[in-house]
Design a binder for this molecule. Structure first.
Ligand code: 5GP
Ligand code: ZN
Length: 114
C-alpha cells in the first residue's frame, strides 16, 4: 500500500506523533485535531474500511477498541467521557482509505455531527 498515508507512517516513512503502539495497533495524534484530544487508532495491517476489516478479521476491530479504551482509561479521559468515530466510505466522510478509529475528547461534544 505504497500510497497510503497511514501505511507510510506505520512503515516509518512518514512522521507522526505516536501516543501508543502494540503488536497490531498504532495510535497517533491527528494532524488536524477537532478536539483537544484527537487520536487515531490504526491497525498496522491495511484494511480499506471497517466493513473490509470485519469481513477479513473481525478481531482487529475489537483490538482497536481495546487499545483506545485502554488509552481513555489510563489518561483519565473516560472519567468525563469521550467520543469514538469510524467514518466509512464516501457518504461516511472517510478521507483516508485505511481503517482508523477516532478518539475525541477533552471538550463537550455536540450532536448531531456534521
Ligand atoms: P477520516 O476522514 O478518513 O475519518 O479521517 C482521516 C483523519 O486523518 C483526519 O482527521 C485527518 O486529519 C487525519 N490525517 C490525514 N492525513 C494524516 C497524516 O498524514 N498524519 C496524521 N497524523 N493524521 C492525518
Ligand atoms: Zn494503509
Amino acid at each position: 500500500m505504497g500510497e497510503c498515508p497511514f501505511c507510510q507512517i506505520i512503515q516509518g516513512k512518514a512522521r507522526a506523533i505516536i501516543v501508543l503502539q502494540n503488536e497490531d495497533v498504532i495510535a497517533i495524534n491527528d494532524i488536524n485535531p477537532q478536539a483537544p484530544v484527537h487520536i487515531l487508532f490504526i491497525p498496522k495491517r491495511h484494511y480499506e474500511n471497517v466493513v473490509d476489516a470485519m469481513e477479513q478479521d473481525g478481531s482487529v476491530v475489537e483490538r482497536l477498541f481495546r487499545a483506545a479504551i485502554q488509552y481513555a482509561k489510563s489518561s483519565g479521559l473516560s472519567d468525563r467521557g469521550f467520543r469514538f468515530v469510524i467514518n466509512c466510505g464516501r457518504d461516511g466522510g472517510q478521507t483516508v482509505p485505511h481503517l482508523h478509529l477516532h478518539l475525541l475528547g477533552d471538550r463537550q461534544m455536540t450532536w448531531p455531527p456534521g
